[in-house]
Every structure is written in C-alpha cells, then in structure tokens.
Design a protein around this ligand. Structure first.
Ligand SMILES: C[S@@+](CC[C@H](N)C(=O)[O-])C[C@H]1O[C@@H](n2cnc3c(N)ncnc32)[C@H](O)[C@@H]1O
Length: 378
C-alpha cells in the first residue's frame, strides 16, 4: 500500500505526515477527509472561489485539495502548520493561505467552515465559541471525523454553541456533521481555567488544549518530588512544557538560571508564559512555539521532559524518541536530560542506547524518573 499517494474526488496528491518516520504506517488523511471532499463536490459547494476556514486540518490534506480557494488554516499545532506547508510545497502548490494560531481569531467573511473533530472536546468547544461571531447565517459549517471519535457530547457541543446539528450516515467509518448557525444566542468560553496545587504553592491557568487542564498531572507531580536531586544548570529547558509547571518550579530551585519553555502547541506556550509571570513576576524567560528544538539553536545544561504519548488521535512514542535524540544534540558534555514516564514504556532502554548511561532517580508503581548525562567524547 502506498501511504503517501492520496487519490481523492478532487485530485491526486502526495501527502506526508510530520514528523516523517521510516516505515510510517499512518497516512496524512483519513476517511473523514475523503467523505468531506466528496460531499463538497456532490453538493457543488466549491463553485466559484470560496473563503474557507479549515480547522484542525492536521497535515494539510484539505488545504492541498482546496488550494484553488482562499484558505484560513486555523490550528493549535505548529507541526500541523509545518506539515501543511510541506505538503503544499511538495505538490508545487502556492495557494492564498493564511496560517492562524489557535490563540488568535480568524478575521473577515467566511463562506465555508470545515472542521476536523480534534482529540479534545475542550479544544473543539473553544474553537466553536471563538468562530461563532465570525459566521453569518449563510456560512456553511461542516464537521468531519471518524465515527469512533464523534460522541453524543461532540454533537451536543455543536448544537449548544452553533445551533441545530445533524449528522450524515456513516461511510467507511467516517461521519459528517452539519450545523446551522443560530445567531440568537452566544456561549461564553470558560477558558483559560485555573486550578491550585497548594502543596507546591502553584496556581496554574490553562487554555483549552493544554495537557492536564484541571489538575497537576500525576507524572509531572512525581517529577517535582525528585527536584531536590536536580543538578544545577545555567540554561534549563522545559521541553514539551504544557502549562510550564516543570520550568516554573525549576526556576525556584535555581533562581539564577535562564529557563526556556518549548512546546508545539500555541495554547501551551501562552499558558506557560502567563503562569511563569504569575509565579515569577520579576523574572524573564524564553517562550517558544517549537517543534521539539526547532526554535532553539543553543546548547543547554539541563532538559526537563514529560514527553507526549500521542499525536492527535495517534498513540505512540515517536515524539518522545525525537525529543530524546534532539535533547542529546542540545546538551554539552556533562549536561543532563531528565525524563518522567510511565514505567511500562521502558524508556530507560532507549535512553541508555542513546546516552550510554541512564540512572533511575525515583520510581513508584506507575512512574519512573530517569536521568541521562551526555558523556565526554573519547
Ligand atoms: C505529557 S505533556 C507534558 C506537559 C507538561 N510538561 C506537564 O508535565 O504537565 C507533553 C507536551 O508535549 C507537547 N508536544 C507534543 N509534540 C511536541 C513537539 N513536536 N514539540 C514540542 N512539544 C511537543 C504537547 O503539546 C504537550 O504539551
């Protein structure tokens, strides 16, 4: 099976996922993309040049197929923007496209909204609430997703925020959602939401798509329990920082260190920045939307990482592995990577291969904190 050749009702394109992996088993599109494109053609919704808002078009499949229109690509993910740019370039397409981070609202008249249902309902809710005032009664709103990810709660959300909502029949295990804009009501966002962890003297405020929105993640908590054993470092990175909890507490332990927060989620970086300033009002730090280390060229002394175990709907350790490999490149000799992970993932095997060493700093029934030191060159 060719995993990169997409034969759609609109055209044939080469499409890849990011990050690119050797023997990538997954495709950049799904049956929901196919169903949605077929529906747009069948219903003649693409006649004339349209201004289309694409939401959560993770690898740019819709952007590529709809390149003749004016496109607004709205997403929380830098990786999604990069994948879309790459797929457009690989197909030698240069559409009129505007990349809008989730932390900003799209602007101007919109004819058509195409929304792929994201992994978290909270992100969907926030996106629907932000886009609603931009739409007119004439705007056509179509959601698309795999049946297993469209729940009653998903449809209830469309109904609550947008208006009357119906679904299509399922086709190849995908479904479309049709929502009609009801302009008589608006729904207020509850994000960012705030919670406290008094035992660590923390109050964290999180945007809708941030990991562990309503509580301190138990993995992060276990990492914090080991912080008294951290080696000092002048330059510290919180890699995949989410709400920034690890970097914020590291700054307390090492007040003279410079902390850099990296995450590919716009909402994560916005939350980390706000939270850092709440806890360290007199300090500055670096906040970079970054695919692993793509936005940070410097060597750093200490990297703290609670790695991701999924990319949108796809589970796997490929992002964690990329983080470990790039961490190795960004550490000087003697610099350390600290990782918290579920024990069953057995990351110590991979880390030992990469660094030649791996210490267990702490472990409990569920988690392990591992530390690796970049060795001197022989
Ligand atoms: C398990 S969460 C940890 C969040 C936070 N450090 C904590 O401990 O609560 C993993 C984080 O990695 C981020 N992430 C996923 N892929 C990434 C990538 N390619 N580059 C940078 N960050 C990424 C996710 O957005 C998420 O915030």
């Amino acid at each position: 099976m060719n995993n990169t050749h997409f034969e759609s009702s609109i055209g044939s394109y080469q499409l890849k996922r990011l990050p690119e992996l050797a023997n990538q088993p997954l495709r950049a599109w799904d049956a929901a993309d196919e169903y949605l494109l077929q529906h747009l053609l069948d219903e003649q919704l693409l006649d004339g040049k349209k201004r289309i808002l694409l939401i959560n078009d993770d690898f740019g499949t819709l952007a590529t197929c709809l390149h003749e229109h004016t496109l607004l690509h709205w997403s929380d993910s830098l990786l999604s923007q990069l994948a879309t740019q790459q797929n457009l370039a690989n197909n030698t397409l240069k559409p009129d496209i505007n990349y809008i981070p989730s932390t900003e609202a799209p602007e101007g008249k919109i004819d058509l909204v195409l929304i792929k249902t994201p992994k978290t309902l909270a992100l969907l809710e926030e996106q629907l609430i932000i886009m609603k005032p931009l739409l007119s009664k004439q705007t056509i709103i179509i959601g698309a997703g795999m049946v297993k990810y469209i729940h009653t709660s998903t449809l209830d959300l469309f109904e609550k925020v947008i208006g009357t909502t119906k679904t299509s029949l399922a086709q190849k295990k995908a479904r479309l959602i049709f929502a009609e804009q009801d302009q008589s009501h608006t729904v207020k966002s509850k994000y960012p939401i705030t919670f406290s962890a008094p035992e660590y003297d923390l109050t964290l405020s999180n945007h809708a798509n941030v990991f562990a929105k309503q509580h301190l993640d138990i993995g992060a908590r276990f990492m914090l329990e080991q912080f008294s054993k951290l080696p000092s470092g002048k330059r510290i990175v919180d890699l995949g920082c989410g709400n920034g909890v690890l970097g914020i507490v590291a700054q307390r332990a090492f007040p003279d260190s410079e902390i850099t927060f990296l995450d590919e989620s716009y909402m994560a970086i916005a939350s980390a920045e706000a939270n850092f300033h709440t806890h360290h009002p007199d300090k500055s730090a670096n906040f970079l939307v970054s695919d692993v280390f793509s936005a940070c060229n410097e060597k750093v002394d200490l990297i703290l990482c609670n790695p991701p175990f999924h990319q949108q709907h796809a589970m796997g350790d490929h992002l964690a592995w990329l983080m470990f490999k790039q961490s190795y490149q960004h550490l000087p000799q003697g610099g350390e990577l600290w990782v918290v992970a579920n024990r069953h993932l057995a990351y110590h095997v991979k880390l030992k291969q990469l660094f030649g060493n791996c210490r267990t700093i702490g472990s409990n029934k569920k988690f392990v904190v591992l530390a690796c030191k970049k060795p001197a060159k022989f």
